[in-house]
Design a binder for this molecule. Structure first.
Ligand code: ATP
Ligand code: MG
Length: 344
């Protein structure tokens, strides 16, 4: 987070304007960078053209990323981790699991299991590598009040016994998979490694993505670095706030900036990024083909992997891999059960 003094480095921003900006939630270069000139001019009492200058300077200041060599890029790519669902058919479909350094979009209608996926992967990411995990922690940006610690509890207990045993051992928790004290300690330890924040509106959600970068930096050298960043739901606030045709361009611009931030966390900290996106099953004129989620093209470009979840009989869900760059399209089956996401 920038201090007021930092904001004063922006052109035409003196102490009074800096103070006004901060009061209105523009407390970092990033939050100013995503504002519109009209909005900023209004809130900070500056002319619209000065507001434009301030925003441009903030954009430059916010994007400090430099160049890297091809060798650096190669090293980074070699570090890509695969986070497993621990559902063979699905992990194979994904070429080994959900990749770090990429955005994976999970979309489908209500009740399709998108939030179940974010919960299950918040558990799995913490598991030992030989059991499909990445020995990392998770950040969960929750825009729909969807995160449930009780569900994490059920999913941890629902892991296969040998996975529980190995995880207990890795964390030096005494006891086995049938020991209630050990299970309780394990659940608590895993909940401790899921950092949850509720996003109250789209601007707040954008700020939380910046905050996520700070958390990832804080734990970079930790025993459990951040290896998963979930945003559930990515699109709900944006859709509710930017209504109507006239707002479409504005919405896309903000969403794009948000995805860019998420992508950056993924790349800088070797983190898998999962975003969820609700789509209607009955295509109408606005939403179009359900297998082509809105959000829209912009989301398509930024999310490298897209998983379409489709409800089937009872707890069965069809998971469809759509337009992956290096993998054939295909589908797998999973079940949403009390113990978590399970193979057919
Ligand atoms: N503890 C549980 N035991 C069994 N099934 C569960 C449990 N919790 C949730 N489910 C199932 O998961 C499904 C809900 O999935 P989920 O909440 O992930 O949907 P979603 O895709 O996130 O929907 P939305 O778009 O409304 O957020 C329901 O079918 C529900 O039966
Ligand atoms: Mg949900």
């Amino acid at each position: 987070m920038s201090t007021t003094a930092d904001l004063e480095n922006l052109p035409g921003v003196g102490p009074a304007t800096a103070e006004k900006l901060k009061e209105n939630g523009y407390d970092s270069f990033q939050s100013i960078a995503v504002a519109s000139p009209a909005e900023l001019s209004n809130k900070a009492d500056v002319g619209e053209s000065s507001a434009g200058d301030i925003i441009n300077a903030a954009r430059e200041a916010a994007d400090i990323g430099g160049f890297e060599t091809g060798a650096d890029v190669l090293t980074r790519r070699e570090e890509i981790g695969k986070l497993q669902f621990i559902i063979d058919e699905l992990d194979e479909l994904l070429g080994g699991g959900v990749e770090t350094q990429s955005i994976t979009e999970v979309y489908g209608e209500f009740g399709a299991g998108k939030s179940q996926v974010t919960h299950q992967l918040s558990v799995n990411v913490q598991l030992p590598q030989e059991h499909g995990g990445l020995e990392g922690r998770a950040i969960f940006i929750d825009s729909e009040d969807t995160f449930r610690p009780e569900r994490i509890d059920e999913m941890v207990r629902g892991l296969p016994d040998e996975v529980i045993e190995a995880t207990l051992e890795a964390r030096e928790i005494e006891g086995g998979a049938d020991d209630e004290d050990a299970l309780e300690a394990l659940v608590e330890d895993m909940l401790d490694k899921i950092h949850v924040a509720k996003a109250f509106n789209s601007n707040h959600q954008i700020l939380l993505a910046e905050k996520a970068q700070e958390i990832a930096a804080e734990y970079e050298d930790d025993e459990f670095p951040v290896r998963l960043l979930c945003v559930d739901s990515l699109t709900a606030h944006f859709r509710a706030e930017y209504v109507g045709r006239g707002e479409l361009a504005n919405r896309q611009q903000k969403l794009n900036k948000h995805l860019h931030d998420l992508d950056r966390v993924g790349n800088l900290y070797n983190t898998a990024v999962i975003v969820t996106n609700q789509v209607q099953s009955n295509p109408d004129a606005f939403f179009g083909d359900p297998t082509k989620p809105i959000g829209g093209n912009i989301l398509g470009h930024k999310s490298t992997f897209r998983l379409y979840l489709k409800k089937s009989k009872q707890d069965k869900r069809i998971v469809k891999l759509v337009d992956a760059p290096n993998l054939p399209d295909g589908e797998a089956v999973m079940r949403v059960q009390g113990a978590g996401l399970k193979p057919e």
